[in-house]
Design a protein around this ligand. Structure first.
Ligand code: FNR
Length: 184
């Protein structure tokens, strides 16, 4: 059976560089690994326990179901103010309340892309802290932090064309697949 990975994107922006990274992944996955995009987190309401008490919103249930059915989750996100974007935290907060937590025990790999030189490194360590509470199994290495991403995405096509970055991503996918087979 092929391993099924899903991408959770932390940017809502149409021209998102992180979206370009996520779009590149299916073609970079090793044999026996498929990568599919999760629905956008745009449609999730702001977390509110009163809303939850009336029933989980359909967008939350859909996201939870697809994560539960996946062998691993790739979180691809920008860094906002040295941390994870609020929209991504909101999605994680919703998912953490769904019964039989879809993220508990789930293998997770992180990728950040930013226009700065550090490539979102500070976001990664905040995100890792959150994922500890959710009891995810987070891949340690290789860490994918893509700096100066605006120079690695083709301005015309909007696709991630930088060859070294693509090789690096392919390497993480191979490591992640081996990690999943080891821990699952
Ligand atoms: C940013 N950006 C940013 N970059 C970074 O490297 N470290 C940071 O702490 C921040 N903080 C930050 C906060 C907010 C509110 C915004 C809007 C932006 C810049 C960010 O890396 C850049 O906008 C990316 O292009 C965002 O990713 P997407 O949307 O292109 O995927």
């Amino acid at each position: 059976r092929p391993l099924k990975l899903v991408t959770l994107l932390g940017s809502l922006r149409k021209g998102s560089y992180n979206a370009a990274v996520a779009r590149a992944l299916p073609a970079l996955a090793p044999d026996g690994v498929e990568v599919l995009a999760l629905p956008s987190i745009r449609d999730l309401p702001l977390y509110d326990a009163d809303v939850q008490a009336e029933g989980f919103p359909p967008a939350v249930i859909a996201l939870a179901d697809q994560i539960r059915a996946a062998d691993g989750v790739l979180i691809v996100t920008p860094e906002y103010n040295y941390s994870l974007p609020g929209v991504l935290k909101n999605a994680i907060d919703w998912l953490s309340r769904v019964p039989e937590q879809p993220l508990a025990g789930k293998p997770v790999a992180i990728q950040t892309a930013s226009m700065g030189v550090i490539g979102g490194a500070r976001c990664q360590y905040h995100l890792r802290q959150v994922l500890v509470f959710l009891d995810c199994q987070v891949l340690n290495k290789p860490e994918v932090m893509i700096g100066a991403v605006q120079n690695k995405v083709d301005a015309q096509s909007g696709e991630l064309t930088d060859e070294d970055t693509r090789k690096f991503l392919a390497g993480q996918l191979t490591s992640f697949a081996a990690f999943i087979r080891r821990v699952s």
